[in-house]
Write a protein that binds this ligand. Structure first.
Ligand code: UGA
Length: 440
């Protein structure tokens, strides 16, 4: 099939490359010329395992372009995979989605299924279909399918090829047939992905409800962890004991310094906003958002309690990205923590194996106007980062940090004081240092 994909972020590019891998001819469209040039040279603009390898392997079925007209005019399927960032009020900003829809409407010259992969509020697919039908050339049949994405960053390629499920929300038989043809190879050996056909609104809701449920699970286990720490229980044992119940499941029960990333924070706020607007406020999600906000600072609050004043103190921050395996920093707990450390006048020494360039280029701190401002310097090794530090804050469980020799904290720091937001070390290995973690 002839497929065009709008947007070459995590969702768009990985989807395009995966569809080329299963035999479709795919044109990836983006407005960013620099990105397109990179991809034309075989370089992935994002850090994602196996992505570049698959771009090479399937290069004869992949085109990268900014020329949307040519890409869309005779595509059988056009997939919209552009961002839907958070507005100030928490709602989803659909500007990029509608810009692409208008471009599709002005370009289409044949029947087409427009597939919405971007996470959009329930009902948006209906509006998009109306807009496309009203604004496209007469005589063309346009169908809109909601096809939410469930890939996670860091494992995006694997998650797409060996997905937990393909959800397709359609309202027409013809669209259903085309979507089935598009994904058929993934439903067969060796992938065997379950295919679920639903109404469009249900598909839109499945995406939000799934992400918000996972976020809720994390906030729940984080709250239980905080209570465990107060009461002398160990969250890892507790989570293991809970997870053995198949009704609960053992995934997403890892307590930590809070969830971040481009999805959970914005999707919880967007669904909460939508529920409030519709007079059925989701109180569980409201609580989940509040818990996560507080959770990001639990260890910093402990550190402040322990050291009292952080002005002039050297604090090493290990891990900047919102999770390992990605260079993405969106809503990463490191940002809130470093922002406060700088506000309190600390000298921050930051380490991350992948995310430093992104951090320097994209994270801008809004510091308050009073008091002495701290400083931030970046290091390429953990040794250098922790040398002479008064305390270490661990924000991301990168393998480099998890496998780090604990004895070095004692050797290199002023005082071996480690606040571990990702429970990187077994408690029994931390007896020689002053160590605080989550829920243990
Ligand atoms: C998430 C979902 O997992 C995907 O299914 C979904 O497709 C994606 O959002 C999206 O909507 O695009 P992602 O944000 O890439 O994927 O990352 P996750 O692996 O889900 O982690 C999110 C955050 O939760 C991270 O900060 C991670 O550290 C945290 N987390 C995760 C925990 O604190 N504990 C856990 O047990 C699991």
């Amino acid at each position: 099939m002839k497929v065009a994909v709008a947007g070459t972020g995590y969702v768009g590019l990985v989807t395009g490359v995966a569809l080329a891998h299963i035999g479709h001819n795919v044109t990836c469209v983006d407005v960013d010329e620099q990105k397109i040039k990179k991809m034309q040279c075989g370089i992935s603009p994002i850090y994602e395992q196996d992505l570049e390898k698959l771009m090479h392997e399937n290069q004869e079925r992949l085109i990268y372009t900014t020329d949307y007209k040519n890409a869309y005019k005779n595509a059988d399927v056009i997939i919209i995979g552009v961002g839907t960032p958070e507005r100030k009020d928490g709602s989803a900003n659909l500007d990029y989605v509608y810009t692409v829809c208008n471009q599709i409407a002005e370009s289409l010259q044949q029947d087409c299924v427009v597939v919405v992969k971007s996470t959009v509020p329930i009902g948006t697919n209906d509006e998009i279909e109306q807009l496309l039908r009203d604004n496209s050339a007469k005589g063309i049949n346009i169908y809109v399918a909601s096809n939410p994405e469930f890939l996670a960053q860091g494992t995006a390629v694997h998650d797409t090829l060996y997905a937990s499920r393909i959800v397709v929300g359609v309202e027409d038989k013809r669209a259903e047939e085309i979507m089935h043809t598009l994904y058929k190879p993934l439903t067969l050996e060796p992938y065997n992905v379950p295919y679920l056909s639903t109404s469009r609104r249900s598909a839109e809701m499945i995406k939000y409800a799934s992400n918000d449920f996972l976020a809720l699970k994390i906030s729940y286990i984080n709250e239980i962890a905080n209570l465990c720490k107060k009461l002398g229980a160990n969250i890892e044992e507790v989570a293991k004991g809970m997870g053995l119940d198949p009704r609960i499941g053992n995934k997403f029960l890892k307590a930590g310094i809070g969830y971040g990333g481009s999805c959970f924070p914005k999707d919880t706020k967007a669904l909460h906003w939508l529920s409030t607007c519709n007079g059925t406020e989701l109180l569980t999600i409201k609580a989940c958002i509040e818990v996560n906000k507080k959770q990001k600072l639990v260890l910093l609050n402990e550190l402040i309690n322990d050291l009292h004043c952080l002005e002039g103190k050297t604090i090493a921050v290990l891990g900047l990205t919102f999770k390992p395996g990605t260079d993405d920093l969106r809503d990463a707990p490191s940002i809130d923590n470093i922002s406060l450390l700088l506000d309190m006048g600390a000298k921050v020494k930051a380490y991350d194996p992948i995310g430093i360039e992104n951090f320097k280029n994209h994270v801008h701190f809004k510091l308050s106007n009073d008091g002495v401002k701290g400083t931030i310097d970046y290091y390429e090794s953990i040794d250098e980062t922790i040398t002479d530090a008064d305390a270490v804050l661990i924000m991301t469980e990168w393998p480099e940090i998890v496998n780090y020799e604990i004895g070095n904290y004692k050797k290199l720091m002023k005082e071996p004081r480690v606040y571990d937001g990702r429970n990187c070390y077994p408690l029994e290995n931390t007896k020689e240092i002053i160590y605080s973690s989550i829920g243990r």
